[in-house]
Design a protein around this ligand. Structure first.
Ligand SMILES: C[S@@+](CC[C@H](N)C(=O)[O-])C[C@H]1O[C@@H](n2cnc3c(N)ncnc32)[C@H](O)[C@@H]1O
Length: 253
């Protein structure tokens, strides 16, 4: 995971510096679904101008920046990989904490809303992770997730560092942590990434490949990414967008 989420993240920021700022948002959102998926979450979560939004596992900061530019949210990023934090800071200049989502360095109820995109499947103790998100938002606050779920009993290829929950396990974990589901949809049911974004993100990836393809860290990250893309293409792993609210009931685990 370090290769993909730390080293390559930093290389991505360097590639954007070469290609221009218009490449930053598409490249930094690559891991997280389309702008339409982010809009779906923002609408369902009720993100309003000025909302204090935590992005846990923020990666290179694309989704948080998208929320700031398109929904006037005030994002704070938390992300355990230092290279990704440095990249996010360099690309967008928003507040970033190097932090594990299992132990967020924020007081209780510090945010109006939180989202976490493509992160839960990298966490073993999913309930502890969800409890931290719940703790960080005000009562009734919105919590949005993009979760890659396992649609079959066992996967032919398990990418390192990932443990995909089934949809039923996800719903159990949300219930147990006092996060009430408001709405959910399949990622495949919202419009995909527009061609100009795809093009810009691909150009960034091409520069990273040109400069680092002989580096075994790039090769490991590439192989990891190909495995996940294959699982999604074959519908063995399915992206789900879930919009929740912090409920009244305390966590019961
Ligand atoms: C697929 S990437 C998604 C990044 C970003 N959310 C996006 O949508 O572009 C998964 C992210 O989860 C982060 N991550 C892994 N373990 C984590 C943890 N314990 N707490 C918070 N984030 C974590 C990784 O470092 C990586 O940045």
């Amino acid at each position: 995971m370090v290769d993909e989420f730390d080293t390559v993240a930093w290389w991505t920021a360097a590639a954007v510096a070469e290609l221009g700022d218009d490449h930053a948002l598409p490249a930094a959102c690559r891991g997280s679904g389309s702008p339409a998926a982010l809009d779906w979450l923002a609408r369902s979560m009720g993100l309003e101008p000025g909302v204090r939004l935590l992005d846990s596992g923020a990666g290179v900061g694309g989704p948080a920046e998208y929320a700031a530019r398109n929904h006037e949210a005030r994002p704070t990023l938390a992300e355990p990989m230092e290279g990704a934090c440095r990249a996010a800071r360099r690309l967008f200049g928003r507040p970033v904490a190097v932090a594990d989502g299992l132990a967020l360095p924020f007081p209780d109820e510090a945010f109006d809303a939180a989202w976490s995109l493509g992160v839960l499947c990298t966490i073993d103790d999913k309930r502890a992770y969800l409890e931290e998100l719940r703790r960080a938002v005000v009562p009734g606050g919105a919590v949005g997730l993009l979760v890659y779920t396992r649609a079959v009993e066992s996967l032919p290829d398990q990418p390192e560092g990932n443990s995909f929950p089934t949809r039923a396990e996800l719903l159990d974990d949300l219930r147990a942590t006092g996060l009430d589901v408001v709405e959910e949809t399949l990622l495949a049911d919202v419009p995909g990434t527009p061609d100009d974004w795809e093009q810009a993100a691909t150009e960034v990836e091409d520069v990273v490949r040109r400069d680092h393809q002989d580096d075994e860290r790039w090769q490991r990250a590439q192989s990891q990414q190909e495995t996940i893309v294959g699982l999604i293409r074959d519908e063995l792993v399915v992206g789900v967008l879930v919009s929740c609210r912090r409920g009244d009931s305390a966590a019961t685990r």
